[in-house]
Write a protein that binds this ligand. Sequence first.
Ligand SMILES: *[C@@H]1O[C@H](CO)[C@@H](O)[C@H](O)[C@H]1NC(C)=O
Ligand SMILES: *[C@@H]1O[C@H](CO)[C@@H](O)[C@H](O)[C@H]1NC(C)=O
Ligand SMILES: *[C@@H]1O[C@H](CO)[C@@H](O)[C@H](O)[C@H]1NC(C)=O
Ligand SMILES: *[C@@H]1O[C@H](CO)[C@@H](O)[C@H](O)[C@H]1NC(C)=O
Length: 270
Amino acid sequence: MLPLAKLAALLPLLASQCMAQSFTISNGQIFTPGFAIVNAPQPGTPLGGDDLHISLDVTANGRLNLPPYVEDSPSQIRNISVFLYSYTTGRNFTVAHPSQGNDSAALGDIMAQEDGSTVKHINWKWPDCLIGDGQPRDLDSDRGIYNISIRQNFRLNDEDHYTIFDLPISVTNRIEDLGGDRPSCDELDNDMIALEDIDAASANAVGVLFAPGDSTQVEAVFPEDDPENGLGGSRREGTPADGLGGAGSLDWRGAARWACLAALAGALTL
Ligand SMILES: *[C@@H]1O[C@H](CO)[C@@H](O)[C@H](O)[C@H]1NC(C)=O
Ligand SMILES: *[C@@H]1O[C@H](CO)[C@@H](O)[C@H](O)[C@H]1NC(C)=O
Ligand SMILES: *[C@@H]1O[C@H](CO)[C@@H](O)[C@H](O)[C@H]1NC(C)=O
Ligand SMILES: *[C@@H]1O[C@H](CO)[C@@H](O)[C@H](O)[C@H]1NC(C)=O
């Protein structure tokens, strides 16, 4: 066990290392603060292959009609954008954005695709820097744990909302180079914004919507990197979440991760 004083010193780090997140799940569907319901992927899934596949029901399982909406309809989805980002790698890719053109590597307005279907399937070609197989092997790697960030602009009973739903996945399965036919990461990349500045908690004050009575709160814990592969240092300079600098930070982060797991194990046995 770590001495108490050391644990206390680690406390500020624990919050960033633990990444305990809670999801509202029913019948394999993940409910969000908005009309979109995630059919796939499930939180924490290792992904790879040719494309990132995301399946979203955009009608809250039939509670909302599909567009076109009557202009002053008190409830409607204005638009949905999706990003794939990681504070660990410092990457923030556009997956879908309503202002994106059709010839771009990112998708455009997903509400306009698959006309008449309540479920929108996002198939986004993994960009070049994610090519590889398995866990990230060096500090420069862009592979590893990411969040699929689903941003919903919608109106519910005459009130406008913009909510942020982050679904963690890991980009650790095999992604082939397709003979150079992958979009470039840099072309899809956006600036990173610090977690405090995004302030998802305030944005999501409306809460998770439309979850049925039989849904379950599932607590999930995601370590930032796989402790076994020895990674854990800041992989890139100056990403907002790093907060830690210098070579000595490796040990601290490792210790913090174990303290995190120990604290959670303790909480579970109480
Ligand atoms: C994923 O999102 C959560 C909160 O939404 C954040 O705490 C965590 O740092 C993010 N993970 C990565 C790898 O950026
Ligand atoms: C998305 O919807 C919001 C709210 O109506 C609007 O301000 C924004 O311009 C829309 N974005 C795009 C790219 O259409
Ligand atoms: C993309 O293509 C669809 C249908 O082919 C079209 O309706 C839409 O306007 C196009 N979007 C852009 C931004 O060019
Ligand atoms: C990613 O980029 C988008 C578009 O600029 C931004 O809205 C979003 O907040 C960024 N996400 C992070 C985690 O920085």
